[in-house]
Write a protein that binds this ligand. Sequence first.
Ligand code: NDP
Length: 247
Amino acid sequence: NESLRGKIAFITGGSRGMGAAIVKRLASEGARVIFTHSGSNTEKADLVVRDVEAAGGEASHLVADNGSAESVTAAVRKVISDYGRIDILVNNAGIFMYKPTQESTEEEFDRMMSVNVKAVFLAMKEAAAGMPEGGRIITIGSNVADRVSDPNMGLYGMSKSALIGLNKGMARELGPRDITVNLVQPGPIDTDMNPADSEMAWEIKKYIPVSRYGKAEEIAGLVSFLTGADSRFITGTSITIDGGFNS
Ligand code: NDP
């Protein structure tokens, strides 16, 4: 499947987890992929590039901290300057915090909103400026945006539900240019952030009708669909992919 041949895809947080799966999937469909990571584990980012190249695709990475407005803006501008445009933007990087809201600090609030929301706004704004017709913006939110199923997820839930309004507004702005803007809301997915063999996992699985965690590749499959021709009429919406957790 070479459906993304010639497309430039920019993905935040592509060194591990869902981001890495999305990088590999879009590269396997022919896109030239550039992804960011925080710089905490460059070896893992190199490994993702090696996997892509072994499969005949093209990918490269750059360090950009989603917690820094300057850093995110500079990364998007660099990709546009190096490659001329961004056809597909996937906002995937995010942080999780498990703590009662009453015990959370103002600094933690600011960090949560910077990484999970402000960076998404900035990347969208910069990438959309020169995005060609047929462009795609996909953001990874969370099913927690609709159902905060645990008392320790107030700030995380806040950050993910903020994305719903941003996503809708951008879809209205960019629709006339034939660019779609969508939010993917995963439920529990087996990654470093939420390992399927953690102490909490057996409790979480009780609430998932299909009785298992999702795989990063399943999220990449939905993202792939949203980049393709069959999804042209899907925009401004949130698609929950959670094995039925929120049902
Ligand atoms: P992981 O923690 O496994 O991976 C996170 C990725 O984001 C890594 O590549 C990491 O890079 C990068 N990243 C983290 N912080 C920053 C930062 N400040 N700047 C740049 N890059 C950063 O996460 P997942 O794959 O599980 O999660 C991906 C997205 O999906 C997130 O937005 C998360 O909130 C969301 N999500 C996850 C769920 C789950 O159950 N796993 C469920 C629902 C939503 P580095 O290696 O450098 O740290």
